[in-house]
Design a protein around this ligand. Structure first.
Ligand SMILES: Cc1cc2nc3c(=O)[nH]c(=O)nc-3n(C[C@H](O)[C@H](O)[C@H](O)COP(=O)(O)O)c2cc1C
Length: 296
Protein backbone atom coordinates (compact mmCIF):
# COMPACT_ATOMS: atom_id res chain seq x y z
CA UNK A 1 0.00 0.00 0.00
CA UNK A 2 1.22 3.53 -0.80
CA UNK A 3 0.92 5.83 2.23
CA UNK A 4 1.49 9.59 2.44
CA UNK A 5 1.77 11.28 5.84
CA UNK A 6 1.68 15.08 6.16
CA UNK A 7 2.15 16.83 9.48
CA UNK A 8 2.81 20.10 11.20
CA UNK A 9 4.92 20.22 14.33
CA UNK A 10 5.90 23.35 16.26
CA UNK A 11 8.36 21.89 18.74
CA UNK A 12 8.99 18.35 17.52
CA UNK A 13 6.42 16.19 19.36
CA UNK A 14 4.13 15.63 16.39
CA UNK A 15 7.14 15.12 14.14
CA UNK A 16 8.32 12.27 16.39
CA UNK A 17 4.87 10.68 16.19
CA UNK A 18 4.71 11.10 12.39
CA UNK A 19 8.11 9.45 12.01
CA UNK A 20 7.09 6.59 14.28
CA UNK A 21 3.96 6.05 12.13
CA UNK A 22 6.15 6.09 9.05
CA UNK A 23 8.51 3.43 10.51
CA UNK A 24 5.64 1.25 11.71
CA UNK A 25 3.88 1.32 8.32
CA UNK A 26 7.17 0.54 6.57
CA UNK A 27 7.71 -2.45 8.89
CA UNK A 28 4.30 -3.72 7.83
CA UNK A 29 5.56 -3.71 4.22
CA UNK A 30 4.09 -0.44 3.00
CA UNK A 31 5.67 2.31 0.93
CA UNK A 32 5.60 5.49 3.04
CA UNK A 33 6.34 9.14 2.24
CA UNK A 34 6.34 11.67 5.08
CA UNK A 35 6.21 15.44 4.60
CA UNK A 36 6.15 18.45 6.88
CA UNK A 37 3.49 20.85 5.61
CA UNK A 38 5.53 23.80 6.82
CA UNK A 39 6.03 26.35 4.07
CA UNK A 40 3.51 24.60 1.81
CA UNK A 41 0.71 26.98 2.74
CA UNK A 42 2.77 30.12 2.01
CA UNK A 43 1.81 29.79 -1.70
CA UNK A 44 -1.72 29.69 -3.11
CA UNK A 45 -1.50 26.05 -4.17
CA UNK A 46 0.34 23.07 -2.73
CA UNK A 47 3.56 21.91 -4.50
CA UNK A 48 2.88 19.75 -7.58
CA UNK A 49 5.07 16.84 -6.42
CA UNK A 50 3.20 16.62 -3.10
CA UNK A 51 -0.17 16.78 -4.87
CA UNK A 52 0.92 13.95 -7.15
CA UNK A 53 2.06 11.80 -4.22
CA UNK A 54 -1.26 12.41 -2.43
CA UNK A 55 -3.31 11.69 -5.56
CA UNK A 56 -1.42 8.39 -6.09
CA UNK A 57 -1.53 7.12 -2.51
CA UNK A 58 -3.95 4.52 -1.11
CA UNK A 59 -3.92 5.94 2.39
CA UNK A 60 -3.41 9.52 3.52
CA UNK A 61 -2.49 10.66 7.06
CA UNK A 62 -2.42 14.10 8.59
CA UNK A 63 -0.98 15.03 12.01
CA UNK A 64 -0.93 18.20 14.13
CA UNK A 65 -0.48 19.47 17.68
CA UNK A 66 -3.70 20.49 19.49
CA UNK A 67 -3.96 24.27 19.98
CA UNK A 68 -6.84 25.39 22.24
CA UNK A 69 -8.85 22.24 21.43
CA UNK A 70 -8.45 22.81 17.68
CA UNK A 71 -6.11 21.96 14.85
CA UNK A 72 -3.67 24.80 14.13
CA UNK A 73 -4.63 27.15 11.25
CA UNK A 74 -1.72 25.88 9.14
CA UNK A 75 -3.28 22.37 9.12
CA UNK A 76 -6.70 23.80 8.19
CA UNK A 77 -5.16 25.89 5.38
CA UNK A 78 -3.40 22.78 4.11
CA UNK A 79 -6.69 20.84 4.05
CA UNK A 80 -8.41 23.72 2.23
CA UNK A 81 -5.74 23.64 -0.47
CA UNK A 82 -6.03 19.91 -1.11
CA UNK A 83 -7.74 19.27 -4.44
CA UNK A 84 -10.92 17.17 -4.43
CA UNK A 85 -9.90 13.55 -4.65
CA UNK A 86 -11.10 11.68 -7.76
CA UNK A 87 -12.33 8.78 -5.63
CA UNK A 88 -12.92 8.54 -1.86
CA UNK A 89 -9.47 8.59 -0.22
CA UNK A 90 -8.96 6.63 3.01
CA UNK A 91 -7.54 8.99 5.60
CA UNK A 92 -6.31 8.88 9.18
CA UNK A 93 -5.75 11.77 11.55
CA UNK A 94 -3.39 11.92 14.53
CA UNK A 95 -2.62 14.61 17.03
CA UNK A 96 -0.49 15.28 20.08
CA UNK A 97 -1.43 17.34 23.11
CA UNK A 98 -0.04 18.13 26.54
CA UNK A 99 -3.03 16.84 28.44
CA UNK A 100 -5.03 13.62 28.00
CA UNK A 101 -8.33 15.53 28.14
CA UNK A 102 -11.42 14.15 26.37
CA UNK A 103 -12.06 17.70 25.19
CA UNK A 104 -8.99 17.40 22.94
CA UNK A 105 -11.07 14.94 20.87
CA UNK A 106 -12.96 17.89 19.38
CA UNK A 107 -9.77 19.29 17.86
CA UNK A 108 -10.23 17.44 14.57
CA UNK A 109 -13.87 18.39 13.91
CA UNK A 110 -13.17 21.33 11.58
CA UNK A 111 -10.27 19.54 9.88
CA UNK A 112 -12.39 16.46 9.28
CA UNK A 113 -15.19 18.56 7.80
CA UNK A 114 -12.72 20.22 5.41
CA UNK A 115 -11.25 16.84 4.44
CA UNK A 116 -14.71 15.38 3.86
CA UNK A 117 -15.49 18.12 1.34
CA UNK A 118 -12.40 16.99 -0.61
CA UNK A 119 -13.48 13.34 -0.42
CA UNK A 120 -10.79 12.43 2.13
CA UNK A 121 -12.76 10.03 4.32
CA UNK A 122 -11.40 9.84 7.88
CA UNK A 123 -11.77 6.28 9.16
CA UNK A 124 -9.14 6.38 11.91
CA UNK A 125 -8.15 8.94 14.45
CA UNK A 126 -5.54 8.81 17.26
CA UNK A 127 -4.42 11.06 20.05
CA UNK A 128 -1.07 10.86 21.88
CA UNK A 129 -0.19 12.67 25.03
CA UNK A 130 3.17 14.42 24.65
CA UNK A 131 4.91 17.00 26.84
CA UNK A 132 3.57 20.53 26.99
CA UNK A 133 5.38 23.24 25.00
CA UNK A 134 3.37 25.94 26.83
CA UNK A 135 1.53 26.06 30.19
CA UNK A 136 4.12 24.23 32.32
CA UNK A 137 7.18 22.11 31.81
CA UNK A 138 6.70 18.39 32.27
CA UNK A 139 9.59 16.63 33.95
CA UNK A 140 11.91 14.87 31.51
CA UNK A 141 10.89 11.58 33.12
CA UNK A 142 7.23 12.29 32.40
CA UNK A 143 8.17 13.23 28.84
CA UNK A 144 9.99 9.91 28.58
CA UNK A 145 6.94 7.98 29.77
CA UNK A 146 4.69 9.80 27.27
CA UNK A 147 7.00 9.17 24.33
CA UNK A 148 7.60 5.56 25.37
CA UNK A 149 3.82 5.01 25.49
CA UNK A 150 3.27 6.63 22.09
CA UNK A 151 6.10 4.56 20.58
CA UNK A 152 4.43 1.36 21.80
CA UNK A 153 0.91 2.34 20.76
CA UNK A 154 1.72 3.56 17.25
CA UNK A 155 2.66 0.11 15.85
CA UNK A 156 -0.71 -1.22 17.11
CA UNK A 157 -2.53 1.76 15.65
CA UNK A 158 -0.71 1.41 12.32
CA UNK A 159 -1.74 -2.24 12.15
CA UNK A 160 -5.33 -1.31 12.94
CA UNK A 161 -5.31 1.19 10.06
CA UNK A 162 -3.71 -1.22 7.61
CA UNK A 163 -6.18 -3.96 8.62
CA UNK A 164 -9.05 -1.60 7.81
CA UNK A 165 -10.47 -1.47 11.35
CA UNK A 166 -12.18 1.85 11.96
CA UNK A 167 -11.16 3.84 15.06
CA UNK A 168 -12.64 7.26 15.77
CA UNK A 169 -12.30 9.29 18.96
CA UNK A 170 -15.41 9.77 21.09
CA UNK A 171 -17.37 12.97 20.41
CA UNK A 172 -17.92 15.41 23.27
CA UNK A 173 -21.28 17.07 24.06
CA UNK A 174 -21.53 20.47 22.27
CA UNK A 175 -18.09 19.74 20.77
CA UNK A 176 -18.65 21.79 17.59
CA UNK A 177 -19.71 24.82 19.61
CA UNK A 178 -16.80 24.58 22.08
CA UNK A 179 -14.29 24.12 19.24
CA UNK A 180 -15.80 27.11 17.40
CA UNK A 181 -15.52 29.34 20.51
CA UNK A 182 -11.97 28.21 21.19
CA UNK A 183 -10.93 29.08 17.64
CA UNK A 184 -10.63 32.67 18.91
CA UNK A 185 -7.14 31.50 19.95
CA UNK A 186 -6.18 31.65 16.28
CA UNK A 187 -6.60 35.40 15.84
CA UNK A 188 -5.70 35.98 19.50
CA UNK A 189 -2.41 34.23 18.75
CA UNK A 190 -1.75 36.48 15.78
CA UNK A 191 -2.36 39.58 17.90
CA UNK A 192 -0.27 38.21 20.73
CA UNK A 193 2.52 37.38 18.26
CA UNK A 194 2.93 41.09 17.63
CA UNK A 195 3.63 41.57 21.35
CA UNK A 196 6.64 39.23 21.37
CA UNK A 197 9.87 40.82 22.56
CA UNK A 198 13.48 39.76 22.84
CA UNK A 199 15.33 40.46 26.08
CA UNK A 200 18.92 41.68 26.42
CA UNK A 201 20.15 38.10 27.03
CA UNK A 202 19.77 37.54 23.26
CA UNK A 203 23.05 36.58 21.57
CA UNK A 204 21.69 37.11 18.03
CA UNK A 205 22.10 33.46 17.05
CA UNK A 206 18.98 33.98 14.86
CA UNK A 207 17.59 30.53 15.72
CA UNK A 208 14.15 32.12 16.12
CA UNK A 209 14.36 34.05 12.83
CA UNK A 210 15.60 31.07 10.82
CA UNK A 211 13.19 28.53 12.28
CA UNK A 212 9.89 30.40 12.43
CA UNK A 213 7.45 28.32 10.30
CA UNK A 214 5.68 31.43 8.94
CA UNK A 215 8.80 33.65 8.61
CA UNK A 216 7.15 36.01 11.07
CA UNK A 217 10.34 37.23 12.75
CA UNK A 218 12.83 39.56 11.11
CA UNK A 219 15.79 41.61 12.26
CA UNK A 220 16.27 45.21 11.10
CA UNK A 221 19.63 46.58 9.95
CA UNK A 222 20.03 48.07 13.43
CA UNK A 223 19.61 44.60 14.96
CA UNK A 224 16.07 45.16 16.29
CA UNK A 225 13.57 42.28 16.21
CA UNK A 226 10.27 42.80 14.40
CA UNK A 227 7.30 40.44 14.75
CA UNK A 228 4.61 40.30 12.07
CA UNK A 229 0.96 39.23 12.24
CA UNK A 230 1.36 35.62 11.09
CA UNK A 231 2.34 34.03 14.42
CA UNK A 232 0.93 30.50 14.88
CA UNK A 233 1.84 30.45 18.58
CA UNK A 234 3.70 27.23 17.83
CA UNK A 235 6.28 28.15 20.52
CA UNK A 236 9.25 27.08 18.43
CA UNK A 237 11.09 30.38 18.91
CA UNK A 238 10.59 30.30 22.69
CA UNK A 239 11.43 26.60 22.88
CA UNK A 240 14.64 26.83 20.83
CA UNK A 241 16.12 30.03 22.27
CA UNK A 242 19.46 29.04 23.90
CA UNK A 243 19.33 32.07 26.21
CA UNK A 244 15.61 31.97 27.06
CA UNK A 245 15.45 35.52 25.68
CA UNK A 246 12.09 35.30 23.87
CA UNK A 247 9.18 36.98 25.69
CA UNK A 248 5.92 35.59 24.34
CA UNK A 249 3.56 38.47 25.04
CA UNK A 250 0.59 37.81 27.32
CA UNK A 251 1.54 34.14 27.70
CA UNK A 252 5.08 34.69 28.99
CA UNK A 253 4.25 33.21 32.41
CA UNK A 254 3.42 29.89 30.70
CA UNK A 255 6.49 29.74 28.47
CA UNK A 256 8.43 26.47 28.23
CA UNK A 257 12.05 26.95 27.18
CA UNK A 258 14.53 24.28 26.07
CA UNK A 259 13.97 20.88 24.49
CA UNK A 260 12.94 17.80 26.46
CA UNK A 261 15.59 15.08 26.76
CA UNK A 262 12.95 12.31 26.93
CA UNK A 263 15.44 10.61 29.30
CA UNK A 264 14.53 7.62 31.44
CA UNK A 265 14.40 8.25 35.23
CA UNK A 266 17.51 6.95 37.00
CA UNK A 267 17.60 8.22 40.56
CA UNK A 268 14.82 7.93 43.17
CA UNK A 269 14.38 11.70 43.37
CA UNK A 270 13.83 11.83 39.61
CA UNK A 271 11.24 9.05 39.90
CA UNK A 272 9.46 10.97 42.63
CA UNK A 273 9.31 14.05 40.43
CA UNK A 274 7.63 11.90 37.80
CA UNK A 275 5.17 10.45 40.31
CA UNK A 276 4.22 13.95 41.50
CA UNK A 277 3.17 14.86 37.99
CA UNK A 278 1.13 11.74 37.60
CA UNK A 279 -2.30 13.27 38.21
CA UNK A 280 -5.45 11.19 37.69
CA UNK A 281 -5.99 12.06 34.03
CA UNK A 282 -2.42 11.09 33.07
CA UNK A 283 -2.64 7.96 35.21
CA UNK A 284 -5.85 6.96 33.41
CA UNK A 285 -4.19 7.58 30.01
CA UNK A 286 -1.14 5.43 30.90
CA UNK A 287 -3.29 2.69 32.50
CA UNK A 288 -5.52 2.46 29.41
CA UNK A 289 -2.47 2.31 27.16
CA UNK A 290 -0.90 -0.43 29.29
CA UNK A 291 -4.13 -2.42 29.23
CA UNK A 292 -4.26 -2.17 25.43
CA UNK A 293 -0.64 -3.28 25.13
CA UNK A 294 -1.30 -6.25 27.42
CA UNK A 295 -4.30 -7.33 25.31
CA UNK A 296 -2.22 -7.38 22.10
C1 LIG B 1 -0.93 27.69 21.51
C2 LIG B 1 -0.99 26.31 22.11
C3 LIG B 1 -2.20 25.80 22.53
C4 LIG B 1 -2.26 24.53 23.09
N1 LIG B 1 -3.47 24.01 23.44
C5 LIG B 1 -3.55 22.78 23.99
C6 LIG B 1 -4.81 22.23 24.35
O1 LIG B 1 -5.86 22.82 24.10
N2 LIG B 1 -4.83 21.02 24.94
C7 LIG B 1 -3.68 20.33 25.23
O2 LIG B 1 -3.77 19.25 25.81
N3 LIG B 1 -2.46 20.80 24.83
C8 LIG B 1 -2.37 22.01 24.24
N4 LIG B 1 -1.14 22.49 23.84
C9 LIG B 1 0.05 21.66 24.00
C10 LIG B 1 0.49 21.02 22.68
O3 LIG B 1 -0.62 20.51 21.97
C11 LIG B 1 1.49 19.88 22.90
O4 LIG B 1 2.57 20.27 23.68
C12 LIG B 1 1.94 19.28 21.58
O5 LIG B 1 2.47 18.00 21.80
C13 LIG B 1 3.00 20.12 20.87
O6 LIG B 1 3.34 19.47 19.67
P1 LIG B 1 4.54 19.92 18.72
O7 LIG B 1 5.83 19.74 19.51
O8 LIG B 1 4.47 18.99 17.56
O9 LIG B 1 4.31 21.34 18.36
C14 LIG B 1 -1.07 23.77 23.27
C15 LIG B 1 0.14 24.30 22.83
C16 LIG B 1 0.20 25.56 22.27
C17 LIG B 1 1.52 26.09 21.82
Amino acid sequence: MKIVICYFSGTGNTQRVAQQFSESFAQLGNEVQTFSIEGMTLCKSLPDDILKQIADCDLFGIGYPVYAFNAPPIALQFAKRLPRSVSAKRTFVFNTSGEPLKLNNISSLKLRALLKRKRFVVSNEYHYCMPYNIMFRHSDEMAHKMWDTAQKLIPLDSKQIVDGQQHLLKRVFCGHFVAWVMRCEQWGGQLNGRMYKVSKECVHCNMCVNNCPTHNIRVTKKGKFRFGGKCLMCMRCAHLCPKNAMKIGLFNRWKVNGPYTFAQPKTDSEKQRYNKMLTNSYKKYFDEAEQRLKNN
